[in-house]
Structure formats: structure tokens, C-alpha cells
Design a protein around this ligand. Sequence first.
Ligand code: CA
Length: 154
Amino acid sequence: MLDNLILLIFCSFLSHIMAGTMTVISDTSVYTIINSQTIYATNPANYSYAWKSIDGASWIWYASDNTKIEAALFIKCFSVPGTPTSSNINIGADDNFTVFLNGRLVGMKSLTSFFLTEIDMLSKTVYGQNCLHIIVENTVDYAGLIFKATISYQ
Ligand SMILES: [Ca+2]
């Protein structure tokens, strides 16, 4: 009985020290299959009203010229060091985005998708290796992507 109580306290202590929250943001470490290189997209002054900022993240594009009408695929893999208890992505893109986590659709948005959208992705987040695949389509003017995923685990 006492052994079980000590074990319970120990496990509770372990889960407490193992618990944490991590973030995954758009920055130069994001991978694109087009040229293996991501360059920060500039934030044009005349678009600043629409392109919202996310603390710690950057608006990115795969090329310095972010005015082409085209689509690009962005990939970011990360490791979750425990069982996920919550997982959300805050994302904006110019113009359309489709997000997959571990090959499963998380969400998509078109038109005013540069306004930030929060999407729950807990059911697709796993303990260990995870990969985000984000397809962004630029239909007019400037192109860009910004995101921040916040994952809690225990
Ligand atoms: Ca655009």
C-alpha cells in the first residue's frame, strides 16, 4: 500500500517535470522542396494592414521575389518529447493555404487567409516526430506565409 503510494507520488512527480510546452514557428529553418532555401519575404508597407504579425515568427517565402502567381510547399518537422495534451497552429498566408500534419489534413483557407486563423491539430499530433506540410498558393500580388504551432505535452 505504501509502496503504491510512493510509486504514485513518484510518477506524478515525473509527469510534472516531463510536462512542457513547445512552439514551432515560420523562420529560415522551414524547408521548401523548390530550392531547399527559404528567404524571408519582406512585409510591404502597403500590405502591413493585412499581414498580421505573430510573436517570434516571420513572414516567409521561398524566394526573394514574392510577387509571382504560383504555389509553394513548405515543410517543417519537429519532435514532441511527450504525449500531446494540446496542439494548435496559428497561421496566415497570402493568398490560400492548406495545412497537413503527418499527412492528415488540418485545415485550409482561401481569399482573406492572411488574417490569422487558429486551428486545433491535437488529434493529428503524436509523441515523437511530426511533420507539417503547408501548401501556399499566391493568386495575386504578394505571397507569404507565417505560422506558430503551440504544443503542450506531458
Ligand atoms: Ca497574394
